[in-house]
Write a protein that binds this ligand. Structure first.
Ligand SMILES: *[C@@H]1O[C@H](CO)[C@@H](O)[C@H](O)[C@H]1NC(C)=O
Ligand SMILES: *[C@@H]1O[C@H](CO)[C@@H](O)[C@H](O)[C@H]1NC(C)=O
Length: 140
């Protein structure tokens, strides 16, 4: 049985246009942060490694660039105070699963967290930022 080629083409186009189209960029990637863990202590000026679960990242998205922001909460406020002007890291592929950051000079406190952005953000548990110590001098 033979179909005219134009009829096949028209059929293919009508099927394709009937399918919902999901470009790769619409896949929401929000890998969960596995480090820092709750209650971790980061001293100002030290290097710390943020890690995250890469198992849920689709292969097509492993080279999406990530962004890590520092935030904190305060009593009676829902604001995350994300420091978007001073990312801890940016431009790394989210498929690598870890990124070393330098702890910035911020007010010491126990309600800090990091948010890792792929396409969507994922927040770490709260951890503490402590003053720089004599044993761990700032290196940069
Ligand atoms: C991601 O980047 C690596 C290294 O450049 C490359 O080998 C790989 O094919 C890329 N994967 C995708 C899905 O773009
Ligand atoms: C937060 O709310 C509690 C209960 O209303 C209050 O006792 C406390 O002083 C508030 N803290 C701040 C920092 O506003």
């Amino acid at each position: 049985m033979q179909f005219p080629i134009t009829a096949l083409f028209a059929f293919a186009v009508s099927v394709a246009s009937a399918l919902p189209f999901h470009p790769v960029s619409d896949i929401v990637v929000s890998p969960s942060v596995t480090s820092p863990v709750a209650g971790a202590v980061w001293n100002i000026g030290t290097h710390q490694t943020v890690t995250w679960d890469t198992s849920a990242i689709p292969a097509a998205n492993v080279n999406n660039t990530g962004l890590i922001l520092l935030g904190y909460t305060t009593a009676n406020s829902t604001s995350e105070n994300l420091d978007i002007n001073n990312p801890l890291a940016s431009g790394f592929p989210i498929g690598q699963g870890s990124q070393v950051v330098t702890v910035p000079k911020v007010a010491p406190g126990t309600e800090y967290f990091v948010v890792l952005f792929g396409d969507s953000g994922n927040k770490s548990p709260a951890f503490k930022i402590a003053p720089a110590t004599a044993l761990t001098p700032a290196t940069d």
